[in-house]
Design a protein around this ligand. Structure first.
Ligand SMILES: *Cc1c(COP(=O)(O)O)cnc(C)c1O
Length: 371
């Protein structure tokens, strides 16, 4: 059996940047939570994405949770949430005892459909916040979404967990809304083994998020708490990995694009295959190369054929409104997210893949069309 090809696995820098920062933390005996790596990672990250301030946290999920809290989302508040996403986008709405209303995607972005969003505002004008996702590194239609949300004066949270390195009209995704969140989970474009970042133009809100994330300890010598706290901070070791990974983000984006272009050349002409959309405003990070197949070869045929060759692949995210846990909540849209789920294939997009690996994937899939 040939070596396994992964969907997207951790890829440390060839230069060993991560270890330098970790070593520094060890040498100064400062592996405790917080410390220089955390402070510097926040600053370097904010500069990289062009945001005013950033809070390094234990996960992307924690960042969404604190963004909702910072947005003032409380019990029984309504939050609009893109349906086509990973459950981590929606779970924190429930942590806050708020009520999600799931919004459909469109075919031009695979992300939140502005028309469905407008329709949701008509039904629920009292909505407190909107969570828009930039799936697979494709930017949502931020011009339209921001215009609609500003008109209704509602807080916008961008889930950019999959889109670090993606630009929309030359600006980093995650910096259009009031809050942006990023993830450094093991499968993301850069990783710290696990972690997240909350960014905002509003420095005061970010300072507040850091306060909540460190158990809401008041300024007092004794342990005093006037607010509910969370243990959501990133550790100084983890932040060291993040500083190292940030240095090679552009390299990783370039490789992801190379992978996408390779697949598009190899598979783009097959009957009924369409690659994920890219409009002229969007400069994706191509986190996962994805496509839809609408003909007689089904996604399940592709998953099975690849698995038989020891190659990992996945369906597109199953929409939240189809999830047993979330199906009781309202969905607004026309079922585009369902179609993308039924017909979608995420191809292996591991940045350690060689051309030989890529050819192995392409040939395995092409064979299904020759049967
Ligand atoms: C990975 C991911 C998250 C959660 O990030 P964690 O760091 O794993 O908590 C949230 N949203 C989306 C869309 C993701 O892909």
């Amino acid at each position: 059996m040939e070596d396994r090809i992964f969907l997207s696995s951790p890829h440390l820098s060839d230069e060993g940047y991560e270890m330098e920062y970790i070593k520094e933390a060890f040498d100064t005996n400062w592996i405790a939570p917080l410390g220089k790596n955390v402070d510097e990672f926040e600053k370097e990250f904010a500069v990289k994405v062009g945001s005013k301030s950033a809070a390094a946290l234990s996960s992307g999920t924690a960042a969404i949770h604190l963004a909702l809290k910072a947005a003032g989302v409380e019990k029984n508040d309504i939050v609009f949430c893109q349906s086509l996403t990973f459950s981590a986008t929606a779970n924190p709405i429930i942590y806050q005892n708020a009520i999600p209303v799931f919004i459909d995607s469109d075919y031009t972005t695979w992300n939140m459909c502005p028309n469905a969003l407008e329709e949701a505002f008509e039904k629920y004008p009292e909505v407190k916040a909107v969570i828009v996702v930039h799936l697979y590194g494709l930017s949502a239609d931020m011009d339209q979404i921001m215009e609609i949300c500003r008109k209704h004066n509602v807080v916008v949270i961008e889930d950019a967990a999959e889109s670090l390195g993606t630009y929309y009209k030359g600006q980093h995704t995650g910096t259009f809304g009031d809050y942006g969140i990023f993830s450094f989970n093991g499968n993301k474009i850069i990783t710290t083994s696990g972690g997240g970042m909350l960014v905002s133009k509003n420095e005061e809100r970010i300072a507040k998020a850091r306060f909540w994330a460190t158990q809401s300890r008041d300024q007092a010598r004794h342990y005093q708490h006037s607010e509910l706290g969370f243990n959501y901070r990133m550790s100084n070791i983890v932040a060291g990995i993040g500083r190292g990974q940030l240095k090679i983000l552009d390299e990783r984006v370039a490789k992801k694009k190379y992978i996408f272009d390779f697949y598009q050349r190899g598979l783009g002409n097959l009957e009924d295959v369409e690659f994920m959309p890219k409009n002229e405003l969007d400069e994706p990070n191509y986190w996962l190369s994805s496509m839809t197949v609408m003909g007689k070869v089904r996604p399940s045929d592709i998953f099975s054929a690849l698995e038989a060759e020891n190659i990992e692949s996945r369906p597109v995210w199953k929409p939240m409104h189809l999830q047993p846990y979330f199906e009781k909540y309202t969905f607004v849209g026309e079922g585009v997210s369902e179609k993308l789920f039924e017909n979608g294939v995420c191809l292996p997009s591991d940045t350690k893949m060689t051309d030989t690996d890529l050819k192995r994937v392409v040939e395995t899939i092409k064979e299904l069309w020759n049967k």
